[in-house]
Design a protein. Sequence first.
Length: 604
Amino acid sequence: MKTFFTLVSGVLLLTGSTAFGNFNFKNGRAATDDFFSPPVLVGSGAGLRGVYYSGTTLAGAPMLTRIDSAINFELTYSSIPIRLSPAPGIVPEDHFSVRWTGQVQAQYSETYTFYTQSDDGIRLWVNGVKLVDNWENQGVTEKTGSIPLVAGQLYDIVVEYYENTGEATAKLLWSGASTPKSVIPRTQLYPPSPAISTGTGLQGVYFNEVSLAGTPLLIRIDSTINFNLSAGSQPLVLSPAPGIVPEDNYSVRWTGRVEPLYNEACTFYVLSDDGVRLWVNGSLLIDNWQAQGATEKSGTISLSAGNKYDIVLEYYEKTGNAITKLYWSSATTPKAIIPTAQLYPPATGIGLQGVYHNGVDLSGTALLTRIDTAIDFELTYSKQPVVLSPAPGIVPDDKFSVRWSGQVLPKYNELYTFYTLTDDGVRLWVNGTLLVDNWVNQGTTEKSGTIALAAGQQYDIVLEYYENAGEAVSKLYWSSSSTPKQIIPKSQLFAPLINGNINAIAPLPPVDTPPPAVEIIEANFTPNPVSAGLTLQLAIQSPDNMPAVLNVWGINGNSVQTLKLNLVKGGNNIAVSTAGMVSGVYIIGIHCNGKTINRKLVVQ
C-alpha cells in the first residue's frame, strides 16, 4: 500500500490505494468509488396524483383523478397498439391536460437538475420555485431547471402539461452529482397527504316505525354506519339500540357532514336490508326505498378535499335481518367503510345572520352584518338606559329594517308553529313557505304559521322586519307537540356559512309593497274576506283634503289595479271592484302625502 500526504492551502489531502480500490479524501469527504459513496435513501412513495381534464387549459370538471407511479408517458402512433389517450374517458385523444401534484424526496443532499420532455406544453414547480415554463405547442422538447435539495426531506412538486394534437409525450427526470439522469422513481414521489380530520360520526335519529315519523325514541352519535344485525350475529342482536322494540319495523335518519380526502369524484355505496336513501351535498345519490334482502347501491359525486358536505342517510328495517353499511371509494381511496374521522355530526347552531339597513324597506347598502344568537329583541322607552337602536351605526333609532337568514333545525318529526312578536312589520318564510305576512305599522302584535318538519333536517329560514316609529320589538318563537312555546334557541339556528365564512344567502322574493310610514289616515274595508267579483267598500278617514293613490297588489307583488282618489277631510267611502281577482291574499295600499298604509284582503 502506498500513501501520500500533501498539504494544500492548509488542507491535508490523503491519497493512496488499498485492496478495496482507490480513494481520495478532500475536505473530510470520501469519494471516487462505491466503497465510500454516500448511502442511497430509498423512499416509500406511491407516485403523484394526476388530475386529467378534457381541453388544454386545466379547466372544468376533471375527467379522471388517479395516482401515477411516475411521469413517463409516450403515447405515439408508433406504439403497438396505437394509444394516444392517457386513460379511458379522455376523449378525444388530443386536447387534454393534466396537473400532477404531490411531493418529491431527494436521495442525496446536493443540487438536482430536473428535466421535462414534452409534446406539447409543460410547467414545473419544485418547492414553490418554477424551474420549467414551456407552455406552448411543440414537438418533443427537453427543458431543465436546477435546485439544491436535502436528502430525506419532502418538497412540494407540481407538473402541469397539455397535449394539443399529434403524439403525446410527458416525462419527468432528474440528475445530480450522485444521481445519474433518470426518470424520477415511484419511491421518491408522494401523492398529496389528506387533511387531518377530527370527525366523530353522524347523528342517528331512531324511530319505532318504518316511515321516520313520530317522536324519536333515541338520538345518538354513531361513529360509523356499519351495522349487521342479523340472525347469524353472535350474540343475536336485531335491535340497534335499547328502546327500539320490536326489533323489526324501525327507521333511522343519520345526518351530518362528510369530509373527502381528495379532490376527485367519490363513489358512495350503501349495503342495506331493507330500504335506503342517500343524499350528499343535496344530491340524491341512492333511492332504494323498498323491502329487500341485503342489496348494494351506489352513486358518484365530485368533491373537494378539506370541505365538509352535508350528508343524509335514511334507512328502514322491515322484518328479518337488519343491515346498513356506508362505504366510499375514489381513484385514490380504496373501497372502505367511511371512517369516523371523516364523518361529523350536524354543526351546533350559532344563530342567524342579520343584515341591517337604515330605512324601512331593506334597501340600500347594509350598514351592519352580524350573527344574532336568537331573535329576541325588545328596545323600549321603559328600559334603562333607553336604547332603541339595535346596533351602532343604525341612526336614527327608528326607521331601520333587518333581514335574518340561515337555517333552522327541528328536533322532532311533527308540526311546528312559528310565532313572531313584533312592533312593527314582519314577514317569515320557512322552507320557502310564507308563514307570516304582517308588513304593517303596528304596536306589539303576535302572528303565527304552522309547517310540518322532519327531525335532523335543516330548513331555510328568512325573517324580515322593519321598525318605523316608537318602540322596537322583534321576537321569534316556536312550539310543537314535544316543544313548549319558546324563543328558538341558538343551538337550532344556523347562519349561512360557506367555507367557514359568513355569506348572505339570496333572500326569498319579498312582497313588493311600498315603504310603510306613519299613518295619517285610517282605512278599513268590508267585507273581508270577500267573494271574488263582489264590490268592496273601503272607508277612509282623512285628516284633510288631499289627493291619494290606491293600489292593489297580489301577494307576489304583481299590480292588480290602481285608483286615483281625491280625499276630503273626514269620512270617505270608496267602492273597489274585485272583478278579475282569483282566490288568494292581496295587499291594498293607500298612498297619500308621501305616506303609505297597507291592509291585507282575502278573496275567496
